[in-house]
Design a protein around this ligand. Structure first.
Ligand code: TRP
Length: 344
């Protein structure tokens, strides 16, 4: 009798297998919006399915052109994911540029999409509307993203709502390639689905707007001590006097508390808001304690990982090697399908 498969192995026998693929921007220290908007779901998904997560340093070059900064941000993301529970035994975590074949696939894809389609890209149009001159990298950004996804045979792409257009382009490219270069009964690329993650807009920053690095209103996942306290205390609230009843649903502090407290705790705090005699200062202290506890383990783990840079490198190297093997095998088929003669 055959030994029973683990759930992932059983999956691997299935041509309909779910392959999760997602790129993570190396944009500096991650914040609570990133955590509840993406990282938490990434961590959940990598335990359920075969998954490829990579730090998109090629994409970052469209805006970050400082080598030290790019290196630092790349390693920061790796540390953050490992500290927050990414398990390298479960899935692949690597650096995008460790699989340079994605740029080769992107080149092939350039020939299957019109310039007009890319000029209608949201990020590209934004730049133009702001009167800035976008570089060609930005114009072609969605094509590289499509290559990122399709080179691993990705079927499910967990991303924020802002990425819908990119996934549409990816789907079109997969179909276009299949139609152009494959026989109908033997398509090379699966057409992936977007898995749109909870809207990060529900995570308010300290000024009440959506938490975003570009607004400078973030609370970092790994903030602690005085820094964390200062940020929590600076959360904007209205000026209802301490004695008066307050509406928890209209309060930025409570909106954050909701993400950290269990139902019973939330109900208890909401009750205190409504009863009056409970000030925003009290709520902020409560929130501070909750954040502190929630990430205590991850913070300790991050500190430990910072002392083991070789281990972090090993994880990324292994992940990169596995991804490269997968990508290179796939590219042989892509080259054969397109008529690119390979002599080695
Ligand atoms: N564009 C994505 C973002 O800004 C990052 C990204 C690059 C990505 N390649 C990807 C996401 C592939 C999903 C799949 O967040």
């Amino acid at each position: 009798m055959e030994a029973p498969h683990t759930s992932k192995e059983a999956d691997a026998q299935n041509p309909e297998q779910t392959i999760v693929v997602s790129g993570i921007q190396p944009s500096g220290r991650l914040h609570l919006g990133n955590y509840f908007g993406a990282i938490r779901q990434h961590i959940d998904l990598h335990q359920q399915h075969e998954a490829y997560y990579f730090i998109v340093n090629y994409h970052a070059l469209t805006s970050v052109q400082d080598a030290d900064l790019l290196r630092e941000h790349t390693m920061d993301v790796a540390l953050d994911y490992l500290a927050l529970g990414f398990d390298p035994e479960e899935a692949h975590l690597f650096i995008q540029s460790d699989v340079p074949a994605v740029t080769e696939l992107a080149w092939i894809f350039y020939n299957l999409v019109s310039v007009g389609r890319l000029e209608r890209g949201v990020a590209y149009k934004d730049k133009i509307e702001q009167g800035l001159t976008p570089n060609a990298g930005l114009l072609n950004y969605p094509v590289l993203q499509a290559a990122d996804i399709l080179i691993y045979g990705g079927t499910l792409v967990p991303v924020g709502a802002d990425q819908k257009q990119h996934i549409e382009i990816t789907r079109d490219l997969a179909q276009r390639f299949n139609q152009t270069f494959c026989s109908e009964d033997d398509p090379l690329f699966p057409v992936p689905e977007a898995h749109i993650l909870d809207d990060v807009a529900v995570i308010p920053g300290v000024d009440g707007r959506k938490m975003s690095k570009s607004y400078g209103n973030t609370i970092g996942i790994f903030d602690e001590g005085k820094t964390l306290k200062k940020k929590v205390m600076s959360i904007v609230t209205d000026s209802t006097p301490l004695d008066e009843p307050k509406d928890p649903e209209a309060c930025n502090v409570f909106a954050l508390i909701k993400h950290f407290a269990d139902d019973a705790k939330q109900a208890e705090i909401a009750e205190q808001y409504r009863a009056g005699g409970y000030g925003y200062g009290h709520a902020k202290k409560e929130l501070l304690g909750l954040i502190d506890d929630y990430f205590a383990e991850a913070r300790a783990r991050r500190k430990e990982l910072e002392q083991r840079p070789d281990y972090v490198m090993d994880v990324l190297r292994d992940g990169g090697r596995q991804a490269r093997e997968q990508a290179y095998a796939f590219m042989e088929r892509v080259r054969a399908a397109t008529g690119l003669v390979t002599t080695y």
